[in-house]
Design a protein around this ligand. Structure first.
Ligand code: COA
Ligand code: HC5
Length: 644
């Protein structure tokens, strides 16, 4: 098994056998056939294991020029600050740029960039692993899949069996290096993240967590974990000759699991993983003192992925269905429902309810949404196949139920976890809905970017509610670069601000409003292009700050400035991850008085999920959802006036 220590060793332990040395030339488009196999090695200086995956010639993430970043930083602050505050921050920036402090940190960062495969990826992983907030709701996104109409529990298990077979078929592409390289705007993307989705798990630590990936161990896992009625099972999904179980075989195994977990009075041990990370870290070391518990925990951590067979939830109206399932994917509904039917540290957990609700949740530290959604699209297509491989009905051994010895102390930890989870569940307001008036085709027909259009609608809805704008985060992919993760698109700009102010101004003509809208969408596009090309500001600022911390000198004033806190306080925390499947993705807000917004623009409708915290008087997910739908409709009506 790959030891955790291995992650911190900054050199490749493979010597001449290092698969990274085997990269053939001429790869970059099409199947990853020429890239190296899924055997990992640590890339020098990164601490991150690259398991393949770097198409030949993929560039390194650049460090943007210092001066340009700070010009862009000041421009981003302009709509958020008063003239006096701007003046103060301009002075601090000038001091930073002229005193030599900025140059020194920039040089350190450039040195780091030369010495590593990617100067950012370890900092980014650290950002996740240092966070002490619970992963459930706070960092782990959820995905709602189209509703299934199971007639009975056989239907649920048949669906689960096909889904498991689909994921194993996907895994085969990883194992055989036949996963096609993806592209963004015509350029090949780094595929490394795909190799961190399966067989990996986050582990809690007292101050900082770690992530382990068992795919590259000498004995890679051959099992998944299935959880039903809070009881965890090891299900071997490969036969002794190494072939994956067929759907019928998986189905039979799931039936056995179901029948051995009928009792509903079991301790929801998985709830421990929903806790604040320090609390869980302490409970974890206590839990695994017992040998049986330790073996059971390891079996879950080592498994390829988890399947949660959820109990049915009370029926809700069709209008509320998506919101209810989004909440089920984000947190499981509380200790009375399915929150104990999870191991939140597990990177990938599929969730299939007896009532036809289905989807997944994933732990964000090792990977991003796009690989997850690509996997989902693949599995959904696989499940549509009418002829799935059959297998001889040889008897298979009983899946192993994982045992836990619950000491009074562990019982107390579980009780505490129950209470906290129930508070968290009460705290999160989730509104998921389908905006069905139009989708990206109509937006494209107006010759504007659908993503920019939706972002401007969010700006307008926010301005209508608060009469001001806020820092807005949108995720952009950095996968055009080796081991790239994400950058922030700052959607709020002087142009977006000018548009939202004009939109409801009775003194403005439609033609002027259209001009302002188009200008704002163009400005967003320009920023999005900077972001995907590694020239935006947020990760650069993070890098400079991390260098300041590593240099052990005092923190430069620009990072202690209130303006920096304002810039980082993303009241709108948003993400678009496209998929073929008609999914609703969802995530929690970043700040106590903010919104989490996920959207998936389809050809003729747009799926949204909006979250906010109930304890915050200023935010209201339902109201923001309504305003957003109105903003989308009003903006389209505005663009339509062009053609009259
Ligand atoms: N006129 C007509 N069509 C246009 C247009 C215009 N002015 N501008 C864009 N379009 C088209 C595009 O060509 C594209 O067409 P396609 O559907 O055939 O591919 C479509 O509209 C969508 O483009 P757009 O809405 O501009 O967005 P995008 O697909 O370029 O995505 C990001 C923008 C930022 C989301 C994307 O670059 C990205 O980074 N995605 C990954 C996000 C990520 O990693 N998130 C991580 C989360 S964990
Ligand atoms: C299934 C898709 C969920 C989207 C998750 C996402 O976008 O995560 C972002 C990752 C990043 O680095 O930007 C973080 N986010 C929660 C800001 C949006």
């Amino acid at each position: 098994m790959l030891s955790l220590l291995a992650r911190t060793v900054p050199t490749c332990g493979w010597g001449r056998a290092c698969p990274a040395l085997l990269v053939k030339s001429g790869v970059g488009v099409g199947p990853v056939g020429g890239a190296v196999g899924p055997v990992g090695c640590l890339l020098e200086g990164t601490g991150r294991r690259s398991m393949v995956v770097v198409p030949e010639g993929l560039p390194k993430l650049p460090v943007p020029p210092l001066k340009t970043t700070f010009e862009r930083y000041l421009a981003a602050l302009e709509p958020l600050l008063s003239p006096e505050e701007m003046e103060h921050t301009r002075d601090l920036v000038a001091e930073f740029l002229t005193s030599g402090v900025g140059d020194r940190l920039q040089k350190s960062l450039e040195r780091r960039a030369r010495k590593t495969e990617n100067w950012l990826c370890d900092y980014w992983l650290q950002y996740y692993l240092d966070s002490r907030m619970p992963v459930a709701m706070y960092t782990s996104p959820g995905v709602v899949l189209p509703r299934m109409h199971f007639q009975d529990r056989q239907g649920q298990m048949r669906f689960a069996a096909k889904l498991i077979a689909g994921v194993l078929s996907f895994k085969k592409m990883l194992d055989n290096d036949t996963l096609p390289v993806q592209h963004l705007r015509g350029k090949p993307l780094c595929m490394d993240q795909y190799y961190h989705v399966l067989s990996s798990c986050r582990l809690p630590g007292p101050k900082k967590d770690t992530v382990v990936n068992y795919a590259i161990s000498s004995t890679p896992p051959r099992h998944i974990t299935v959880v039903h009625n809070f009881q965890f099972f090891v299900l071997d999904v490969y036969t002794s000759d190494g072939s994956p179980l067929a759907v019928d075989q998986i189905y039979m195994q799931l039936e056995k699991i179901w029948n051995s977990s009928l009792q509903t009075n079991k301790e929801p041990i998985g709830l421990l993983t929903s806790q604040h990370r320090n609390t869980w870290g302490k409970a974890y070391s206590n839990l695994i003192k017992d040998k049986t518990n330790k073996e059971s925990v390891r079996a879950i951590e080592r498994s390829i992925f988890t399947v949660c067979l959820d109990a049915p939830l009370p029926r809700v109206s069709d209008e509320l269905y998506h919101s209810r399932v989004a909440a089920q994917m984000l947190h499981g509904g509380g200790s009375r429902w399915n929150s104990g039917n999870r191991w939140f540290d597990k990177t990938l957990q599929f969730i299939i309810g007896e009532d036809g609700s289905c989807g997944l949740t994933y732990e964000h530290a090792p990977t991003e949404g796009p690989p997850i959604m690509y996997l989902v699209d693949y599995v959904v297509e696989y499940m549509k196949r009418t002829t799935l491989p059959r297998a001889p009905m040889i008897p298979l051994s009983m899946p192993v139920k994982l045992r836990f010895n619950i000491t009074p102390e562990i019982k107390k930890d579980i009780e505490k976890a129950k209470q906290n989870m129930n508070i968290m569940v009460q705290e999160l307001d989730v509104r998921a809905f389908i905006f069905s008036e139009f989708g990206k085709d109509v937006i494209k027909s107006h010759k504007v970017s659908p993503d920019g259009f939706v972002q401007m609608a969010m700006q307008l809805a926010y301005y209508r509610m608060y009469k001001e704008c806020c820092s807005t985060y949108e995720s952009a992919s950095l996968r055009m670069f080796r081991l790239g993760r994400t950058e922030t698109i700052r959607s709020t700009s002087l142009d977006s601000f000018a548009f939202v102010k004009a939109m409801d101004d009775p003194n403005k003509q439609n033609s002027e409003k259209i001009e302002l809208l188009e200008k704002a969408i163009k400005a967003h596009r320009v920023y999005a292009d900077l972001a995907v090309n590694g020239q935006a500001i947020d990760r650069h600022l993070l890098g400079l700050k991390m260098q300041a911390i590593e240099d052990l000198t005092s923190m430069p004033d620009i990072f202690m400035d209130t303006a920096y806190a304002v810039a980082e306080h993303f009241n709108l925390y948003t993400s678009q991850v496209g998929s073929e499947t008609d999914c609703v993705m969802c995530l929690g807000p970043l700040v106590p008085d903010g919104y989490g917004v996920c959207y998936n623009p389809m050809a003729s409708h747009i799926n949204f999920a909006i979250t906010a915290f109930n304890s915050c008087e200023e935010t209201n997910a339902t109201r923001y959802s309504r305003d957003l739908q109105r903003a989308l409709a009003d903006m389209k009506t505005l663009l339509d006036t062009q053609n009259i």
